[in-house]
Write a protein that binds this ligand. Structure first.
Ligand SMILES: *Cc1c(COP(=O)(O)O)cnc(C)c1O
Length: 232
């Protein structure tokens, strides 16, 4: 199947409340345009350097405002973000899904303020509690949210999780469940400046399970574009 066929078939299979974010790491601008031409509405990058190159292809330069056909396209940061990349990241991204520390949130706030932009953020939850993983532990999530919610030029919109790297999507289900439970309990607190609207979980192999467990954003790469070409 072609990229266009894949995108059309995934989009038509998603429930109306679920948004598709294409995970575009290693893909060319041309491949991403193909997906956008048939209805893709958001893209997600893991690496600032790759995102920057694609941003330049799209809009002319890193300092150019978004214009043209894709002026409204939301760019999601879905990879771990290093603090020294935040200055560039806030120019590129509209939503950063991988905030897991106060210091990262402060840096995003500072750099976003400097360019007069408000960045939406999701808190990345380490639902599988893996030592080497990014993300904040479930029981520390609320506390982190309370610490960062009043920083200027950022807006907390929800949670993101990877779950565990397991090949059987059923084995990942418990981690999605934990994250949804946390999402609901934080929403119930009705915290000022915090809106729990977005729950980003699920990838090519696990998005169906994630949707069953309450995801309303799924991040899909391989099922849209085929196997990744790391040679590039
Ligand atoms: C690569 C990636 C995805 C998509 O993975 P696929 O298995 O190719 O669908 C989703 N989320 C994140 C954070 C990723 O890095």
């Amino acid at each position: 199947m072609s990229i266009k066929d894949n995108v059309k078939s995934i989009i038509s299979s998603l429930p109306a409340n679920v948004k598709l974010v294409a995970a575009v790491k290693t893909r060319s601008t041309k491949e991403v345009y193909e997906a956008l031409e048939v209805g893709l509405k958001s893209i997600g990058h893991n690496y600032v350097q790759e995102a920057e190159a694609m941003y330049v292809d799209f809009y002319g330069s890193l300092d150019a405002a978004k214009s043209g056909l894709y002026s409204q396209l939301p760019w999601h940061c879905i990879g771990h973000l290093q603090k020294n990349k935040v200055k560039k990241a806030v120019k590129i991204f509209d939503i950063i899904e991988t905030v897991d520390s106060l210091s990262l949130a402060k840096e995003i706030s500072k750099r976003a303020s400097a360019i007069n932009k408000t960045i939406e953020i999701l808190i990345e939850v380490n639902s599988a509690r893996e030592e080497q993983k990014n993300g904040v532990m479930p029981e520390e999530t609320l506390e982190l949210i309370k610490k960062i919610k009043d920083l200027p030029n950022i807006k907390i919109k929800g949670l993101m999780t990877m779950g565990a790297f397991l090949s059987n999507p059923e084995s990942i289900r418990p981690y999605f469940k934990v994250t949804k439970k946390l999402f609901d309990s934080i929403a119930q607190e009705n915290i000022e400046n915090v809106s729990m609207q977005v729950l980003s979980m699920g990838m090519s192999d696990s998005y169906r399970v994630a949707i069953e467990e309450g995801a309303n954003v799924v991040r899909i790469g391989t099922k849209l574009f085929g196997l990744r070409n790391y040679k590039k």
